[in-house]
Design a binder for this molecule. Structure first.
Ligand code: SF4
Length: 299
């Protein structure tokens, strides 16, 4: 991200705040984790939304909050049930970590999601972003929330580039911190995230609908092309991830231990299949139970 240019003037920054927050008041999607922004509901949603689009998260999220309305309810069940209910969201280690976080919340915090950043960061699976999101969206506190959507909006509007760096830099964090408004920081975080998700999208920004088009430096510069490292889409067909997904689907749908032959049937490449199964066992997502049979953990 460019840091040599001056930041927005105070007048432009005030407009940036006002225009994005007004747009959000008109256009925000009615999402269940906004309606019930309890710390636990926000935590579930944030775990699910990492690397997974809203439309795929919605049905699974509804099942989870119905079945496990509190951290204690989830912690009382085997981790394998969390993995099973994760369904086809992908990256199922997130389900294990969420279960581990629920257990830690019960053991260390009496079943209530903690409020301090340090206590949040000490929970399994909670990093800088998730801690900031819980502070902001659930506790309505002041936090610098930096997800891919927010980072892209700031890169374009303020730094005049198409995309931020792959990883958050200190300069980028300083910039995001300097942009947080004196009041309603939690609305600012939600509004800039929504703008990136709905209007300033990665591939086809809809500048004609954008409330801050007149402030946007990337637009004013004529949309210069991204000159950083190549951004690759994630391939899927034939990958170890796809193989792991197939094996997990068999185990999720089974009501008891699955013989190895039942796993062998869903992926033809034996070498890749063994590697994927070993990886799932090493990650704690699958347990061998003797006689060459496998189950979800603790089930
Ligand atoms: Fe994104 Fe276009 Fe708005 Fe700039 S004007 S912030 S590129 S949607």
């Amino acid at each position: 991200m460019t840091t040599s240019d001056p930041l927005l003037t105070s007048t432009d920054l005030a407009r940036f705040h006002e225009d994005v927050i007004d747009w959000f008041a008109r256009e925000a999607r009615d999402l269940p984790w906004r309606r019930d922004a309890s710390p636990w509901a926000v935590m579930i949603s944030e775990f699910m939304l990492q690397q997974t689009p809203v439309a795929r998260v919605l049905p699974v999220y509804e099942v989870w909050v119905d079945r496990w309305p509190t951290p204690a309810a989830l912690a009382a069940e085997p981790a394998g049930e969390a993995v099973r209910a994760w369904g086809r969201l992908g990256y199922p280690r997130r389900a294990l970590r969420l279960h581990a976080a629920a257990t830690a919340i019960v053991e260390r915090h009496g079943g209530a999601v903690p409020t301090s950043r340090d206590e949040l960061l000490a929970l399994p699976g909670v990093g800088d972003y998730t801690a900031a999101a819980i502070t902001s969206f659930a506790h309505r506190g002041r936090a610098v929330v930096m997800d891919t959507n927010i980072r892209r909006v700031f890169a374009r509007v303020v730094s005049g580039v198409e995309f931020p760096a792959n990883a958050v830099t200190a300069a980028e964090r300083d910039l995001a911190t300097s942009l947080v408004p004196p009041e309603d920081a939690h609305v600012w975080a939600a509004a800039t995230m929504e703008l990136g998700a709905l209007v300033c999208t990665a591939r086809s920004p809809q500048c004609q609908l954008c409330p801050v088009a007149s402030l946007c430096r990337w637009r004013a510069a004529g949309y210069p092309a991204h000159d950083g490292p190549v951004r690759r889409g994630q391939s899927w067909e034939g990958t170890d991830r796809q193989c792991r997904g197939r094996l997990m689907a068999v185990l999720r749908e089974a009501s008891g231990p699955v013989p190895k032959i039942g796993l062998d049937a869903v992926w033809p490449d034996a070498l890749q299949r063994e590697r994927a199964l070993d990886g799932l066992v090493a990650d704690g997502l699958v347990e061998p139970v003797g006689d060459d049979r496998y189950v979800l953990p603790g089930t």
